[in-house]
Design a binder for this molecule. Structure first.
Ligand code: DGL
Length: 272
């Protein structure tokens, strides 16, 4: 089974692309909607929450967990890989979304990239770190968009003035550098507002959503790791777990995933 974890519903955009590309595998989704947003939480808290989530997914039988959440990928992934996995689950894998996104920027030949993300991702400067040895260099400009996740997670993007917020955030980004060639929506939730981002961005600037990138890179990863791939069940099964309101999950998840979803309650332990 392949696990997909996000702080809320947003990771369903990633799961949707992954499932479209590789429908044969069994997938298990976990959204920690009871504790979303992670974007403004401390690094320690994000790490604690994430090991609870990863532990939950491994105990359900996942061999591989995709951390769809950028905030978690930038704040906790390395520590999970270096400290948590070796002692507890040495034969399982946890992968994030930052490295594959950074690789995509390189492969596309981007030069000046705007990263739209949560405060946690922006503060981590993770893309600058990932891309520091790239030659020719890619310049990275960050803009946090703190109001968007809470609005989307509450399913209130139609009633709030998202246009105004998005255009304000984009003005902040372009004020740093007018010649940005690519914008990366480095948050699982933002693709829901793609049309609004497009409307307020000059047409020559490309806007990338992560979900198709992650699907391509995961397929590539599985091809390169046959020892893991051959242990994955291929029954096309899907299961959804949420720590938050199941009624809200089932209602809003269709928007992110595109089909009827019935989530099962998940409780993430305070201690392991
Ligand atoms: N899913 C998170 C991400 O991609 C954003 C939501 C949050 O702040 O928890 O960064």
């Amino acid at each position: 089974m392949i696990g997909v974890f996000d702080s809320g519903f947003g990771g369903l955009t990633v799961l949707k692309s992954v499932v479209q590309k590789m429908p044969e595998y069994n997938y298990l989704y976990l959204g920690d909607s009871a504790r979303v947003p992670y974007g403004e939480r401390s690094q320690e808290t994000v790490y604690e929450y994430t090991i609870q989530a990863v532990d939950f997914l491994f105990k359900k039988g996942c061999l591989l967990v995709i951390i769809a959440c950028n905030t978690v990928s930038s704040r906790a992934l390395r520590r999970i890989q270096q400290e948590f996995l070796p002692g507890r689950y040495p034969d399982r894998k946890v992968l994030g979304v930052i490295r594959p996104s950074a690789e995509e920027l390189v492969e596309r030949g981007c030069r000046k990239v705007g990263i739209l993300a949560t405060k946690g991702v922006v503060d981590s400067k993770i893309y600058t770190e990932e891309l520091e040895d790239i030659d020719p260099p890619i310049e990275i400009f960050y803009q946090s968009c703190p109001l968007l996740v809470p609005i989307i997670e509450a399913g209130r993007q139609d009633e709030y003035r998202c246009d105004e917020f998005v255009s304000g955030y984009l003005s902040g980004l372009f004020a740093q550098e007018g010649a940005i060639d690519t914008i990366l929506l480095s948050c699982t939730h933002y693709p829901i507002l793609y049309e609004i981002f497009r409307r307020h961005t000059p047409p020559q600037v490309e806007i990338l959503s992560q979900a198709p990138i992650i699907a391509d890179k995961l397929e590539d990863y599985l091809t390169r790791h046959p020892e893991l791939e051959r242990r994955l069940f291929r029954e096309g099964a899907r299961a959804f777990f949420s720590t938050g309101s199941l009624e809200t999950f089932d209602r809003l998840a269709g928007l992110f995933y595109g089909g009827p979803i019935h989530a099962t309650p998940a409780t993430l332990g305070a201690s392991l």
